[in-house]
Design a protein around this ligand. Sequence first.
Ligand SMILES: C[S@@+](CC[C@H](N)C(=O)[O-])C[C@H]1O[C@@H](n2cnc3c(N)ncnc32)[C@H](O)[C@@H]1O
Length: 479
Amino acid sequence: MTHRTDRKPAGGRGGRSPRRPARDQARNAAFDVLRAVDERDAYANLLMPRLLRERGLKGRDAALATELAYGTLRGLGGYDAIIKVCGDREPDAAVRDALRLGAHQLLKMRVPPHAAVGTTVDLVRLRIGAGAAKFVNAVLRKIASRSLDEWMAIVAPDPAGDLSGHLAIVHSHPRWIVSAFRDALGADADETAALLEADNARPLVTLVARPGRSSVSELGNAEPGRLSPYAAYLPEGDPGRITAVAETRAAVQDEASQLVALALTRVPLDRRDEVWLDMCAGPGGKAGLLDALATHGDLAGLDDGVPGAGEAFAGGARLLAADAQHHRSRLVWQTTRDAAVVTADATEPAWRPGSFDRVMLDAPCTGLGALRRRPEARWRRDPSGVAELGRLQRRLLDSALDATRPGGVVAYVTCSPHLAETRVVVGDVIGRRDDVRQLDARDYLPGIEGLGDGPHVQFWPHRHGTDAMFLALLRRLPA
Ligand SMILES: C[S@@+](CC[C@H](N)C(=O)[O-])C[C@H]1O[C@@H](n2cnc3c(N)ncnc32)[C@H](O)[C@@H]1O
């Protein structure tokens, strides 16, 4: 953690009490989070709650600190472009973080300009020094002279000549991610913009009431979900304080994550289910739901019927959950009840081929589908990782198909819409094999619009309010 308390407050006001103590505590906490993200690759969503607890920030001040840090991290692509044209020199990293924080207050939050500039300059004077405070004052005053839209018209490339570059600055995403999203959305510019916008909004906290273990009505003031029969949206409060969550009968889980697991269980099989495999199970979100479904059945589907090609699973199967990393398989063990849990490398399986009726492969991926959850995540991803992940994804998918009995089914899932991790991987693997048939996954998610042209399914934050989760369902053909 970088407090920089070793530096003496400089300048005439050094040592004087800040004007708005609680508010400035919020700004200090936000600044500390930005520095920690920058300097030691901290995760903002883990660090911020800890800082708030340690410093006793609650209520509106906690909300302000969180919005300052998360909003600044999300928006910093655009803010950096503005800072560049407003300063006469390249700021050092700490000064740049303070400028980003000030720019966010000036351009995105309803903080009056004098307060946004004054509090940021105070913070810099106390934490960095008088010279830096003077520079920050000059740059922020320039930034305050225009609105965000006006600045974007100046700093973003012309969309006619460079649409990805334009969207990247205006919606503050790395350019390669914008290009990947455009490819996945069939180059639709408006949809790409809507997706980027959705990535910049705070997601709803979604819970799952694991069937047979909890019910939506038990989850405090949460409202029933729109897409998954087991989902509920929590308007406010700490989900960890809900008894069913603390007892792992319910959990925090994105609705698309619930639906891809449910779809896998709804594919009709030629004989009774006995064993399922979740081969990349850590930390256990999907395994927790699959474990409950395997034991108790798809109770909502059994009550209401499943229209379309799907069938509600009646229960009576057993789940084996595996993860290559021991600390992650331990988390799976903690969140499941009936599942057997092992630490195993699924590319060199510890199980016999052809053993499982249903296999979930929630493959390691770039996570580009969940950028809204981790404010800094988009800046940490690296396009060079995509090819290497693609090789692992292909090996894991082959292994998943080998593990499945003839007549059984595999769900290939990624929390990324990047074509190189989704359709291309599935196409390559099934193109090499003659024992696989791809099913139309939309048939097992009846009533949900906007899933694409099939046979795979792609969820989207801007269409469904979920993570951008991909699902392909593959039937292993009888020999
Ligand atoms: C996308 S995460 C799975 C998320 C999980 N299904 C859930 O819903 O909580 C991918 C997981 O694959 C695991 N993994 C990576 N390579 C693996 C391998 N060769 N064998 C088994 N697990 C692997 C990682 O440790 C990571 O926990």
